[in-house]
Design a protein around this ligand. Sequence first.
Ligand SMILES: NC(=O)C1=CN([C@@H]2O[C@H](COP(=O)(O)OP(=O)(O)OC[C@H]3O[C@@H](n4cnc5c(N)ncnc54)[C@H](OP(=O)(O)O)[C@@H]3O)[C@@H](O)[C@H]2O)C=CC1
Ligand SMILES: Nc1nc2c(c(=O)[nH]1)N=C([C@H](O)[C@@H](O)CO)CN2
Length: 240
Amino acid sequence: MGNAQPLPILITGGGRRIGLALAHHFLNLRQPVIVSYRTEYPTIDTLRKAGAVCVQADFSTDEGILAFADKVKADNRGLRGIIHNASDWRAEKPGTSLSETLSCMLQIHVHAPYLLNHALQDLLRGHGHAASDIIHFTDYVVERGSDKHIAYAASKAALDNMTRSFARKLAPEVKVNAIAPSLILFNDHDDADYRREALNKSLMKIAPGEKEVIDLIDYIFTSCYVTGRTFGVDGGRPLR
Ligand SMILES: NC(=O)C1=CN([C@@H]2O[C@H](COP(=O)(O)OP(=O)(O)OC[C@H]3O[C@@H](n4cnc5c(N)ncnc54)[C@H](OP(=O)(O)O)[C@@H]3O)[C@@H](O)[C@H]2O)C=CC1
Ligand SMILES: Nc1nc2c(c(=O)[nH]1)N=C([C@H](O)[C@@H](O)CO)CN2
């Protein structure tokens, strides 16, 4: 009985950056992990060799989301948690359809978590009080808005709101919390001016890397009381 394998944590968009770092973190703790990936990066093979179950999934349509949920349900008797990391940081751009930008942002930040939380709730329930977690990755811009990423900010705001709705719906078996980062990691193409300006926006003036987020997720998973909350990881940016 005591040797039962722990239930897996499902991480969406785990092929790169924060999702990838989270997957390796849990695998190092011998915690089983299921990763959804859209693009087959070499990292996916590395994850498989480290023991992750990697499932190809494109959340650009509801059909793609629901097919992924069916696969997870068919292969698993339960889940320890779901981390909704998959995201697209799309700006409004001249020459790009505004409707398409808005649909794309709503699809990945609202449809995917909304449909997956409903479809997979039975896998999260039934394991005891506060035994399971859902984590939504939102963004600091939910508070402030963003003139360059209006649809992105709005869709993350909807996700932030769903944190409280799903916390109500799934308590006390499942805790549901959000992480609202500001700058965590730069992208490779960010130039020196962009980096300087971005660093200057916070009080702490660093891009802290994935560990800040990993440590917070470890805390949230350990808690048996914290639910329906949004945790800023923003270097004091609102105080600037
Ligand atoms: N990095 C930062 O500084 C910040 C991050 N955040 C949030 O933290 C989370 C992780 O950030 P980060 O690691 O930078 O994210 P990335 O943008 O680097 O990666 C997001 C992942 O989501 C996947 N994805 C995107 N669209 C889809 C789709 N339609 N279907 C399936 N998968 C999809 C991507 O797959 P593919 O590679 O195939 O496109 C990728 O693996 C995100 O939710 C982000 O918004 C918030 C604020 C700051
Ligand atoms: N899905 C993503 N969302 C966000 C990203 C990213 O690369 N992918 N990056 C940011 C920025 O780091 C920004 O917070 C500061 O430059 C925001 N969201």
